[in-house]
Design a protein around this ligand. Structure first.
Ligand code: HEM
Length: 416
């Protein structure tokens, strides 16, 4: 056996909170190893980084998700009894439910809805002074998500529901007030969506049979029964909330357009959509969003002569793998061209998880994310003009998830 490099000290949870996205990469660099042992939340944890580590991390023979997510994450971001914590056949069955929503026709419909909402918003912004793009993008995404999913969203609730989804996401690495706000947001949101699930089941709401609201409300478990309403609500929220999360990537996209002014011309000049696609991929690689994901060792096994023991918590470094110096040339340079002719790789580029969408835990919403980012960036560049006033455009790499300090303010908006 080889010794797994080990970080000294009783516990490093505070370092995780103060180093954020750099926690794993800092130690990987320092220890010169894609595997190392530390202690988090009072427990031994193994951190993994890079393509070969992702390959083993996404192998279901060696890892499971039951018991991987801390309670605080279930109370805010994930919810209880959702797909993220399932294993084996239960997971595959539930995952198919999500993936059945992702047909080309349904993606097209979501795109059409979103384009209409951007156009409406741009018209509103023309009349006003300044807007915070992050807030506006989240609202557009929330409206689009609910309409597309068959979830009724009364106009006077739009702001509240958007804020709830946003707070669940924002609570991930938060303590104190941020955590409390996230927990409360989840409680309120689940109450709302449970009502929707029940109304669909009783026929009081009749969303189209291909919508997420209908499919999830009527979904049969492997035992032939419907999910309990609370679990169904968690899963419907697992469709709505992450669409709202795309607002963060849109904000970073606007930041990139601002920081690299020649991008806009490239995006407008290329008739084919190749550049727009490369831009979105580089946004997903470069900017910090999901820092890492976790799993538990299912049974003792050997990897590269390292011994991993059953029951150990394992952290897979998402951000660090997307910036890994062995995998990416000049990883800290923003360069969409690196994705020209790129054919994809299930384990080196993992902004939304790695491996296979059906058999593993890779994000069910990757296609939606790419499509909505592309649609939104095309709108920002091709269908409106705006100015970016003086503001604090820094983002804090210790915060998980992070955002531009100002939320990205734009002014003098003109539709075009
Ligand atoms: C899982 C990121 C958008 C639905 C995940 C995972 C990550 C991720 C890192 C976990 C991978 C793992 O643990 O191995 C993101 C990011 C998004 C995004 C950064 C963009 C802002 C979406 C969208 C949807 C979605 C739009 C649905 C419409 C899901 C679901 C899972 C998941 C259902 C759980 C999959 C499973 O456990 O099998 N996502 N996601 N995500 N995502 Fe996303």
């Amino acid at each position: 056996y080889r010794q797994i490099p080990k970080e000294k000290g009783l516990d490093h949870t505070l370092d995780l909170l103060s180093e954020g996205f750099h926690f794993v990469p800092n130690r990987r660099d320092h220890l010169q190893s894609n595997i190392f042992q530390t202690r988090l939340m009072g427990k031994k944890a193994i951190c993994l980084s890079g393509q070969e580590a992702a390959r083993v991390f996404y192998d279901n023979r060696f890892f499971k998700r039951k018991g991987a997510a801390p309670k605080r994450v279930k109370k805010t971001l994930f919810g209880q009894n959702g797909v993220q914590g399932l294993d084996g056949e239960d997971h595959k069955h539930r995952k198919r439910m999500f993936l059945s929503l992702m047909t080309p026709d349904r993606l097209q419909e979501l795109q059409t809805i979103t384009q209409r909402l951007w156009a409406q918003k741009a018209e509103e912004w023309e009349k006003g002074d300044q807007v915070v793009l992050f807030d506006e993008a989240e609202e557009i995404m929330c409206r689009a998500a609910c309409e597309w999913a068959g979830v009724p969203l009364p106009e006077n609730e739009v702001k509240q529901r958007t804020t709830e989804f946003s707070r669940m996401i924002d609570a991930f690495g938060g303590t104190g007030f941020r955590y409390k706000k996230g927990k409360k947001a989840r409680e309120r949101s689940e109450k709302w969506i449970q009502q929707v699930i029940k109304q669909v089941r009783y026929g009081e709401q009749q969303p189209a049979p291909y919508t997420a609201a209908y499919i999830i409300a009527m979904h049969s478990e492997r035992n032939g029964r419907k999910m309990v309403a609370a679990a169904a609500a968690v899963e419907l929220i697992n469709v709505l909330r992450p669409i709202v999360a795309i607002g963060r990537f849109i904000m970073f996209g606007a930041l990139a357009l601002h920081d690299y002014p020649d991008l806009e011309e490239k995006l407008l000049n290329t008739e084919n959509e190749e550049y727009s696609r490369m831009f979105v991929q580089e946004l997903r690689r470069y900017y910090p969003f999901a820092p890492f994901t976790g799993a538990v060792v299912r049974k003792d096994f050997l990897w590269n002569k390292y011994r991993l023991k059953k029951g150990t918590l394992v952290i897979m470094d998402i951000y660090g793998t997307n910036h890994h110096p062995d995998l990416w040339e000049d990883p800290e340079v923003f360069r969409p061209e690196r994705f020209r002719g790129w054919e994809g790789h299930p384990f080196s580029f993992i902004p939304q998880g790695g491996g296979d969408h059906y058999t593993g835990h890779r994000c069910a919403g990757e296609w939606i994310t790419i499509m909505l980012m592309k649609t939104s960036m095309e709108f920002l560049t091709g269908h409106m003009t705006y100015q970016v006033p003086e503001q604090d455009l820094r983002y804090d790499m210790a915060r998980m998830p992070t955002l531009v300090n100002s939320g990205f303010i734009i002014e003098n908006v003109k539709a075009r």
